[in-house]
Design a protein around this ligand. Structure first.
Ligand SMILES: [Zn+2]
Length: 268
């Protein structure tokens, strides 16, 4: 049977894992089927959807059962509150389920109002303790907080690893997390010329320390500002990463896909 151009393209197309996409948020959920079809059409085959607040936990478990997503349950620092801290008792039972592959999205965001810092820390530290207890990795959110995140990881001697999502920063900053067993989530940031430090750093990290992500619906790529980001954009992140590193995109895709699966696989 003659090989057509389209089947050739499909055979050689990299298979990708979007390690951070909020498919359960209102910007994406109403057209979930369409977003999944668009993503799969360009080779994005697997998705990790992290929760942002407690009301998302049960719906996410349901989505996981329907669509086979990888899911992480947790409270994002933007949602840190007394109510969410109280809900963490419920998180312990749910996150122990084998279908929950990580605790996330958790972390510290010091671009927010200073008044929120105490609750953010409390929420983060409790969830990190929970992840250690359940022996699950974490999905970390950071903004102006990488040093503080490292401090807490050290204080708690956290050794389950995970992903520092939406990595930006220098080689030394990234390496500090890699040395603590973390992968760096590489997303749309690297498509912006102004992200000079990050673009330089991603050329130097070992490939086995990287994973790909879109952070949909947030973080639109350069040239798509103002638009809702979707997992179908992930091949453009790969393309940029391959160009920066001067490496074969197919090879990068394969290594990064395996990195992501290995991080979570034994929990499925
Ligand atoms: Zn996120």
């Amino acid at each position: 049977m003659p090989i057509t151009l389209s089947s050739q393209a499909a055979d050689t197309r990299p298979v990708l894992f979007d390690s951070h996409c909020h498919l359960d948020l209102p910007e994406l959920l109403p057209q979930l089927e369409l977003h999944l079809a668009n993503a799969k059409a360009v080779g994005v085959e697997s998705f990790l959807v992290p929760a942002v607040q407690s009301s998302a936990w049960l719906p996410l478990l349901e989505l996981k059962r329907c669509y086979g997503f990888y899911i992480a349950l947790g409270v994002h620092p933007w949602w840190a509150s007394q109510t969410e801290v109280a809900a963490l008792t419920e998180l312990e039972a749910l996150a122990a389920l084998p279908e929950v592959c990580a605790i996330g999205e958790i972390g510290l965001d010091f671009a927010l109002d200073e008044q929120s810092f105490v609750l953010q820390r409390q929420c983060f530290e409790l969830q990190l303790q929970l992840a250690a207890k359940l022996k699950k990795p974490v999905i970390l959110h950071h903004r102006k907080s990488q040093n503080e995140l490292l401090q807490v990881l050290k204080q708690q001697q956290f050794n389950q690893g995970g992903i520092l999502h939406a990595f930006s920063g220098s080689f030394a900053q990234g390496k500090a997390f890699i040395d603590r067993g973390f992968k760096l989530g590489i997303g749309g940031t690297i498509t912006y010329d102004r992200a000079e430090k990050t673009r330089k750093a991603v050329k130097q990290f070992p490939l086995d320390a990287l994973v790909l992500e879109t952070d949909s619906p947030s973080m639109p790529l350069n040239g798509f500002q103002g638009q809702i980001n979707t997992p179908a954009m992930l091949p453009l992140v790969l393309k940029e990463l391959a160009e920066l590193r001067g490496e074969d995109p197919q090879h990068i895709a394969q290594v990064l896909y395996n990195n992501t699966v290995q991080l979570f696989q034994y929990r499925l």
